[in-house]
Design a protein around this ligand. Sequence first.
Ligand code: SGN
Ligand code: CA
Length: 546
Amino acid sequence: MDKRLLLLSLPATPLLAQAATATGQATSTPAATARPNIVYIMTDDHTAQMMSCYDRRFIETPNLDRIAADGVRFTRSYVANSLSGPSRACMLTGKHSHKNGFTNNEHGIFDGSQQTMPKLLQRAGYETALIGKWHLVSTPTGFDHWEILPAQGDYYNPVFIHMDGTRAADSGYVTRLITDKALTWLEHRPAKPFALFIHHKACHRAWLPALEDLELYEDRTFPLPPEFNDDYAGREAAGKTEMEIGKDMDIVYDTKMFVSPEETPRTRLSSSYQNMIGRLNKEERQRYDDFYVPMSRKFYEEWGTDYNFLPRQSESAVGGSTDARLLEWKYQRYMRDYAKVVHELDVQVGRVLDYLEAHGLLDNTLVVYTSDQGFYMGEHGWFDKRFMYEESLSTPLVMHLPKGLERRGLIDEMVQNIDYAPTFLDLAGAPVPSDIQGISLLPLLKGKAATKADKQKMKHWRDAIYYHYYEYPAEHDVRRHYGIRTDRYKLIHFYGHDVNTWELYDLKSDPHEMRNLYGQPGMEGLQRQLHQRLEELQIQYDDPQR
Ligand code: SGN
Ligand code: CA
């Protein structure tokens, strides 16, 4: 039997036992070199609705679908805190936000001295590298090589920070540049098992496409999601946000309708957007303007320059009114630009897959594709994320599996981004420290090679996931909340100085989460059970906020 297969088919192999020291840490051994590599590709704000293997309504993502087609696709994949920095911290540590300390983007600095999965992989003999968006403020630790974008980074001609602290702008489009750097690293990597983390900026706001992709999707009219015209009845926190396409999406900044300060006096280009497109050189800017300026002129001719924000959706007379027409126009622009950005992402992920295939690496590499969280594509009338509602609680998760992990197709167990760290450690044959809160997904991936113990783990898989979002007060005004999601139900508590509400959803009868059942007659028993499970999880995860 191939050593690699042997390694994967046993929960604690003799090889792995040899590799573990008395302190429970793995050491590099000759056998370690046969261990599978890990290529972890994480995008920013890429939601499952915009990935064709999850949802066929909107766009095609053939390369991302390729990963799922020859591997596995998780149908219930969730984050622990739907925001960039916190989500990344959960992934790196395998712990919920209150344990890794990075609860929100606004005030957080990731404590890089703490135990992280990349550090544990290094100790287990892996070479580790990180390219792209980091967003955790402190300098990356646990990576033998890194090149990161400062903060959110830019789409066009972006600056990268290097390990020696220098910063320099590269020429080109961010998704391609990150991929180029990742492939260069792969080309020159040492002869060791490796874990490469490719963290894309795409497809974060304000969805600036590669200039080559500007024309894509322009002839497509996207269907409106069913709950586009939500009035937020019975959901106080949902009605208080600043993330409505109508009310909060900026015509100039988000939908890019700008001619010049002279021609469009009421729509001065905000400095941040100016910085973004100001990064284009003269020819590039011309190409950009050739696309957006005629469209902007047309827009202002039709709507006048007074139009920017629409009234709060719940207050506007939607359905055939001028507002509804403009609202739908904004939605189409949003969808088209986002789709273009995803297209390039798909192409660049394809390049990585091709490289791995061409270099004979695919057979011995776990390739993971995921995002830092999901996103609203008009559901509830929104863009952005943060809420524990399905679209932003979920995150795409597909994997190409190395030989020895023979599971294929759909995996329906509930998984969370705190599970990635223990999964990678488990795959590497490194011990999983007991303070890691996620669980290894390896038992779900083995297929025929699953042992009795694996089958037991699958049988007793978690019946609920825990979620906690903290960033308020902040941009988009989403109130703090925590909650649990079980197979069928969701219980959420919004809390803070101006809100203290509970929400309960039956996802089977109300998949779009429009009917808050909390406090309704007949719900008493279910409510009691869910409260109890929530409390149990808060105790299990040791969350002091309860
Ligand atoms: C920026 C965006 C927000 C977004 C946050 C967090 N505004 O502030 O819309 O919610 O990032 O996103 S922008 O005008 O600056 O683009 S996260 O993915 O990094 O958490
Ligand atoms: Ca994000």
